[in-house]
Every structure is written in structure tokens, then in C-alpha cells.
Design a binder for this molecule. Sequence first.
Ligand code: DP6
Length: 329
Amino acid sequence: MNHEGSATARAHSNIALIKYWGNQGERLRLPANPSLSFNLAGLFTEVTVNWGADADSLTINGEQASPKATARVSSHLSALRQRLGFQGMAEVVSETNIPLGAGVASSAAAFAALTLAATTAAGFECDEATLSALARLGSGSAARSVPTGFVSLPAADTHAACHARSIAPPNHWALADVIALIETAPKKVSSLAGHRSAKTSPLQSARIKSAAERYRQCERAILTRDFDALAAVVELDSNAMHAVMMTSSPPLLYWHPASIAVMNAVTEWRRSGIPVCYTLDAGPNVHCICPQEVAPTIREGLRNIPGVVETMTAFVGKGAHVILDHAIS
Ligand code: DP6
């Protein structure tokens, strides 16, 4: 069956409090350990998919995307075509306010929105679990941008079981992510290459073995709104992932001097009684997690740290949703 419909979907980026790093199965992007995140309100990607094109194409923020980005999107569309059993080529138009490839998880929002727009435009009404599992095929962390609020992704070993679910809605806990942007240039090493090299680190097996316990501590801290417990486990988990990165072959060192300056400042602020903790993804930017009311203070503090070029603040956001639906099938 050929489809000709179009649809637009929006998905937010997310910040992992317990990180996914390394795959147990690369082809299906089945993560080696469970992860936990919250969606970032205000940092989003809107994707429009028009089926019925002559070839798969991609524009990002009004410009034709690179052959590499287009190929990644086309291969995700092929996975959807194959799994859902339909044919056709799509014009994909992506608009985002997230700095691309800067460790602010632009691929998570993009692949969550792409999956929802592409399936909706083709006339499918997938449930949340199916959508999340499909989004995971495009980018592991994209699975977590499908459900709302605080979201968990298990380290399941089959495609169908490996989908994210919401553990609490956005209004459960008024947290903020104040992001210290240290560099907005695209990163040199892709996440995929990083996931692949994780197993070369002698520390990865210990990280994986202890991840389930950190996951439990983090989930409990979120459900009971215990900031001190959250801060301790979030920083430990981020440091454990970066220790793996640094000890992989070849080593991946994402931290810049300014990243370390921000981490030290966060540690000092917490020692002085301000509830805030840090976490870093595969990039030099530092995500400062704090209660919403503390965000302006953190923002001010970050502005005074040399090397911090900009800050962005995001509260807890909702899941992927359809904005426009013109499915014809
Ligand atoms: C460090 O989801 O970006 O942000 O599946 O290759 O797209 P791909 O990887 P990606 O990896 C996320 C890594 C992380 C941690 C996390 O978000 O859990």
C-alpha cells in the first residue's frame, strides 16, 4: 500500500538523570542498562512528514540536510516501512530550537517527532509503547521523548519490550534544567560511535552491574521528591558514564575546562545550601538540575563563569504529540 498523507508532530528533548551508555544489541539499539530522564519543556523539534515524494529528503531549519543526516532519517523511515508494512517515500521537514549535536539531545526530540509524524501521516494509530519502541530504532534516547514528564526506559532484550513509560507527569515535581552552554558546535564523536566503544572500557561492566541500583535510587528520589537523594545519584551516574568514556579506546573526553569550572561551582553552591546538581551528556555542556524556584539564581551564577557562552532553562515537559494530521489512506 502507498500512502500520501502528511502530519506534523512535536517532541521535546530530554535530560537523562540515569544515563544510557552502550548497547546490548546495536542493530535494534537495545540499551545495556536502564535509564531515567525528564522531558525538557521549551526545547523541541517539530517534524512534518509528507508521504508520496519521489525520494526521502530532509530539510532542517529551512536548509537541505547533509547526506549523512538524510541517510539516517531515510534508514529510520525504512525501519518504519518494514515494521508497519507500507511503502512510499517521504519529504521530511524538521524545525528545531535546539542547538544541533551539542550534547543537548537533539536526536531524541527529532526521532521521537519523526516517528510520530511518519506513522500518523501514513494512517497508523500506534499506542505509546509501540511508538516509543519504534523511536528507539532511530535514536536510543528518543524512546524517552515519547511518554510524558519523568520517563524510564528498561534494558529489555527484545524490540517490543524495550519501550519507555512515564513514571510521573510533568507537574509531579517542579524541577528545572539550567543548561550551561559551553560549546554549540556539533560534536566530533557521534553517540553511536561512543556506544560502540563503551565496551572497550574496563569500567563499563562495573557501571552496568551497578546501574540497576542507581536507577532504583533515582526513581525513589523522584517519586518521593527527595532532592538530596536525587543529587547524589545523578552526579554519581554522570561521573560513572564519563569515567567509562574517558577509559574507552580511543578515549572520549567531552569535558572542557569550563565544564569542570561549572561542576565545581555546582558542588560549592550545594555545599552552601542551594539545591542543585550537575549532569553531562556526550558533550561539554553542563545540565544543572534544581527546583524551579532556584533556577534564576543558578542562571545568574553560571553567567559569571568564564567559558559559559549562554544558558537555557527548561522545566519538565510533556511527551510527543501530533500538531497537524492530514493522513489520507
Ligand atoms: C549520553 O540516544 O544520542 O545522552 O542511540 O546513537 O542516537 P543514539 O544515542 P543517543 O545516546 C544518548 C547518550 C546520552 C545519555 C542518555 O541520554 O541516556
